[in-house]
Design a protein around this ligand. Structure first.
Ligand SMILES: NC(=O)c1ccc[n+]([C@@H]2O[C@H](COP(=O)([O-])OP(=O)(O)OC[C@H]3O[C@@H](n4cnc5c(N)ncnc54)[C@H](OP(=O)(O)O)[C@@H]3O)[C@@H](O)[C@H]2O)c1
Length: 426
């Protein structure tokens, strides 16, 4: 094992507690032969058997008697070099490292292929929820068209609090930090970096193409206001940070991958709207199966360790039988669609002057950018007059140009809320 922190310590615990069952399932005992850490004296949640702790991770992965390496250090280096060395020395690898897979998965998959070993990583996306294996194996005979995920528990907790209590982003973040759902530096979560890494992994598997974190259009939730959440409520919708990967057609008529992370309004009737607090869920649409939803705890030492151990049993069994599981499947090699060409829908709330012709002028602004309107609602009168427009699908570039146009109009006092709409009927 490489790493013995939140996840690693729970893997060590379960390896001990479930030794007999694991041996029966694998067909041979699973013996922990070494645990590499940064410092021998760091406080640990479990007692690691005497003599197993080491700070020399490079020597551990190169040992002849190591069949499987579990990497739960995290980050790019030294995790990447250690995984590559483990594969070169003949071990299969189980990792929970979303950051590394999303940045440089290709190097790892190629090394696993060359070495003829397994590389499994169920824990890297949505913690305990089995979602990668369903995409890799169960749905291998189907055509996945769309994946919508709530894959970051911290942001879901914050948005859920904003929805239920009316709190602003700052207060909800403070509550999340006080309860241990958000880190002292919440950037990776609230700015969508964590979800973007997971979106890249999901998109690669769903569409049999290589997608990296840098391909993912990313917007976090720091700009989501109490007003946006109220606007969503008025539409019987809820705001969620979504990781979205879908098959779209590009301007040349070729199938391409659209992959993005941003806050969006979804109707309360959508299954993802019922995902509360820090839970995660991934909603998959495929041609033959239709709609599937995978739900559960998306993080935490013990839930994540469950996914790691599931992979461990599989790769250990493969190792004993001299076989390998499914490797990388990137044969489709689909291009990634630029965000501007991706077709989305917008909800726009506008404070306007309450006078004749305003509605027509706003409608004209949408029409000038080729955006058609699905619904318009007028609320209030006089100084409080507000128009709430929901568009039909248009390119994101056209929708964003429409909002810029509205902001420049004399009759528009303020564009108070702009939010993409997902999961609703067109
Ligand atoms: N925590 C979760 O809920 C969760 C969920 C899904 C996926 N993951 C992924 O799981 C991985 C581990 O996360 P975590 O939360 O368990 O991290 P963590 O609590 O920070 O633990 C990291 C462990 O790695 C060790 N380490 C750090 N640098 C090292 C080095 N250079 N050489 C050897 N060991 C080193 C640390 O040693 P010391 O103990 O001596 O400091 C520590 O034991 C990450 O990839 C993360 O993205 C985590």
């Amino acid at each position: 094992m490489l790493g013995c922190g939140s996840v690693g310590s729970q893997v060590v615990r379960l390896l001990g507690e479930q030794a007999d069952d694991l041996a029966a399932r694998v067909g041979a005992p699973v013996e922990l032969v070494g645990v590499a850490v940064r410092r021998l004296d760091s406080p640990r949640e479990v007692e690691v058997p005497a003599g197993l702790l080491t700070t020399d991770a490079a020597a551990l992965v190169a040992r002849d008697d190591v069949d499987v390496v579990i990497e739960v250090i995290g980050g790019i280096e030294p995790a990447r070099s250690l995984i590559l060395s483990a594969l070169e020395h003949g071990a299969s690898v189980v990792t929970a490292n979303k950051a590394l897979l999303a940045e440089d998965g290709a190097t790892l998959f190629e090394a696993a292929e060359k070495a003829g070993r397994d590389l499994y990583y169920e824990a890297a996306v949505a913690g305990a929820i089995p979602i990668l294996r369903p995409l890799r194996e169960s749905l291998a005979g189907d055509k996945v068209t769309r994946v919508l995920g709530i894959v970051n528990g911290t942001t879901n907790f914050i948005l859920d609090k904003m929805d239920t209590s009316g709190a602003g982003f700052g207060d909800a973040l403070e509550e999340a930090q006080a309860l241990g759902y958000a880190e002292a530096d919440p950037t990776a979560d609230v700015e969508g970096f964590d979800a973007a890494a997971k979106a890249a992994i999901l998109a690669s598997l769903a569409f049999h193409s290589r997608v990296t974190a840098s391909d993912v259009h990313r917007e976090g939730i720091t700009e989501v206001s109490a007003g946006d959440v109220r606007s969503a409520r008025d539409m019987d919708s809820v705001v969620k940070l979504l990781a979205i990967a879908e098959l779209r057609t590009d301007e040349q008529g070729e199938e391409a991958v659209s992959v993005r992370v941003h806050p969006a309004m979804i109707p309360r009737s959508h299954p993802l709207a019922s995902v509360r607090e820090a839970y995660n869920a991934v909603f998959v649409e495929s041609e033959a199966a239709g709609q599937l939803m995978f739900y559960g705890p998306g993080a935490g030492g013990s839930p994540t360790a469950s996914a790691v151990l599931g992979d461990l049993v599989t790769v250990a069994r493969n190792h004993r039988q001299g076989t390998r599981g499914v490797g990388e499947s990137a044969y489709a090699d689909r291009a990634v669609l630029p965000m501007g060409e991706t077709r989305t829908r917008y909800h726009v709330a506008i404070d306007v002057d309450d006078k004749a012709g305003v509605l027509a002028a706003v409608a004209l602004a949408f029409a000038e950018h080729g955006v058609s309107i699905q619904t318009v609602r007028q609320e209030g009168r006089g100084d409080d007059a507000q128009l709430v427009v929901v568009s039909h699908e248009a390119t994101d570039a056209a929708l964003s140009a429409t909002v810029d146009h509205l902001r420049g109009m004399d009759i528009v006092r303020e564009v108070t809320s702009v939010m993409r709409v997902e999961g609703a009927e067109e």
